[in-house]
Design a protein around this ligand. Structure first.
Ligand SMILES: C[S@@+](CC[C@H](N)C(=O)[O-])C[C@H]1O[C@@H](n2cnc3c(N)ncnc32)[C@H](O)[C@@H]1O
Length: 320
């Protein structure tokens, strides 16, 4: 492993112990429930802590018995599992650990996984303890690592939820060592209509609701929304009308032919995930490509990648 740990607030070197990260022999970032805590829970991503602890196993392949996370991870990265043996991988914004599980179970890489929220506890329940996994509750802007050490960095489904997306990309790039690679995916801006949908019309209100209230509202309404959305899809009007139903995009983001109970649970989770975040800032693929180039990446590629019936906006590149 041998990743140099650094206190992001004062630049001091940190040493790792089972109880916490030490600065000058004193534990300053304790290990609680499987994760080193660089920050407290009360920050803008608290909704994600609530969400991922409530739905800890819902999207994790080994629990759901689906293979959608595996397909998405390998489709987006194009990485060969055997090439990752012994490599140091950084995952930022890991949530409940759906991709943490894929990296641990299908590669022999060493994984440093970071999330700003208390979701690290759900991740530890799903994936810990594992000698190839270190979990940190920390922000993308203040990660406890010296720069330029990681062979591979991934950040999946996170950038749009950070307050300064360009700075987030810059912070990820700083972590990669020469010859290393970065892969990100994010919500894309596809045209003037991107924000013309129920999500963006209602979010100003829903993001201010308590998590419990929002969750209950979604749970109470999910069945008619699934029915209505499926009806429009069946008669060929899904693309036109489903964006105005306050439910996640079933056709574009979920596998076909799921048992109803599983579909329902995934829809409640994804709909909560649409309405609760503080930040939801889709980006143009070209803009993210431009930032990769601006911060020194080479062989930068941006575009859509398909897996199952889904597609993701992805940008990737290599550090010279
Ligand atoms: C939509 S979830 C995606 C989680 C996971 N990558 C997945 O695809 O299931 C976004 C995650 O980004 C995390 N996040 C948001 N802002 C962050 C920041 N500044 N630093 C690190 N993680 C952050 C949230 O806590 C949340 O768990």
């Amino acid at each position: 492993m041998n990743i140099e740990l650094v206190n992001p607030f004062n630049g001091h070197q940190l040493t790792l112990s089972a109880d916490g990260l030490k600065d000058n022999g004193l534990i300053i970032f304790p290990n609680e429930n499987g994760a080193y805590r660089i920050v407290k829970d009360d920050n803008y991503s608290e909704n994600f802590g609530y969400q991922w602890n409530k739905f800890a196993g819902t999207q994790v392949d080994k629990t759901s018995k689906l293979d959608i996370s595996k397909k998405r991870f390998f489709a987006e990265t194009s990485w060969d599992a055997t090439d990752l043996s012994g490599k140091n991988i950084l995952e930022v914004g890991s949530g409940a650990g759906r991709f943490t599980q894929i990296i641990l179970d299908f590669t022999k890489g060493n994984l440093y996984s970071v999330d700003y929220s208390n979701a690290v506890e759900a991740n530890y329940k799903n994936n810990g303890p594992n000698e190839r996994l270190q979990l940190f509750q920390a922000s993308i802007y203040e990660m406890p690592f010296a720069k330029a050490q990681f062979d591979k960095v991934i950040c999946i489904g996170v950038l749009q939820h950070t307050p300064d997306v360009e700075k987030s990309v810059q912070c990820l790039i700083e972590m990669i060592k020469p010859g290393g690679e970065l892969v990100v995916d994010f919500y894309p801006i596809t045209g003037w209509w991107t924000k013309l949908q129920a999500k963006y019309l209602l979010r100003p209100f829903t993001k201010k609701m308590t998590h419990e209230k929002l969750y209950k509202k979604i749970d109470r309404n999910i069945d008619w929304m699934i029915k209505t959305s499926r009806f429009f899809s069946k008669i060929g009007l899904g693309r036109l009308f489903n964006r105005f139903i306050p439910i996640c995009d079933i056709d574009g983001t979920l596998p076909n032919n799921l048992p109803y109970d599983q579909l329902r649970e995934l829809c409640v989770l994804d709909t909560f995930d649409m309405f609760s975040p503080q930040y939801d800032q889709p980006q143009r693929i070209n803009t993210v490509v431009k930032w990769f180039n601006k911060y020194g990446m080479q062989d930068v590629w941006g575009g859509y990648i398909r897996y199952e019936n889904c597609k993701a906006a992805v940008v990737k590149g290599t550090k010279p």
